[in-house]
Design a protein around this ligand. Sequence first.
Ligand SMILES: *[C@@H]1O[C@H](CO)[C@@H](O)[C@H](O)[C@H]1NC(C)=O
Ligand SMILES: *[C@@H]1O[C@H](CO)[C@@H](O)[C@H](O)[C@H]1NC(C)=O
Length: 144
Amino acid sequence: MGSSFSSQGMVLIVVAVSLLAVGQAKTVVVGGSEGWRFGFNYTDWTLKNGPFYIRDTLLFKYSPPSNAGVHDVYLLPDRWSYITCDFRREKLVGKATQGGGQGFKFVLNQWRPHYFACGQGANRSHCNQGLMKFFAVPWPHWHL
Ligand SMILES: *[C@@H]1O[C@H](CO)[C@@H](O)[C@H](O)[C@H]1NC(C)=O
Ligand SMILES: *[C@@H]1O[C@H](CO)[C@@H](O)[C@H](O)[C@H]1NC(C)=O
């Protein structure tokens, strides 16, 4: 009985939090005017530009493959693969061709860590050496 009640309570809280989040989303350009590029410190950028909230949109802008310096956007599955730039269980979310023009949009609609990284370069050098990785944990909106 008790545990059934508390799980219902939990569902109500989650629903209420989701409702509060409506209409407050913002769009953030990753890296600001630097965009998504080799050598920019996205960990530092995240510390200065966070926190992010559920339904916020991250906008990745990067040069199309015809230009020097091809980039893309992957989600890595966990903190360890993120730390080590291990792409074995990666998920491609933004292709190399999607960063031009209006850029590639990723909506943070789940309350969990998102580990972003660029998969380009020999030996994933954009992630390993180019600092092209960061993680974001979008938070619910607690206030109206
Ligand atoms: C990137 O920024 C983070 C956070 O400010 C810092 O701890 C780290 O040393 C920086 N990395 C490099 C390579 O500058
Ligand atoms: C990539 O890593 C492998 C294994 O560590 C190494 O043998 C190779 O030289 C590296 N290639 C480049 C371009 O760094």
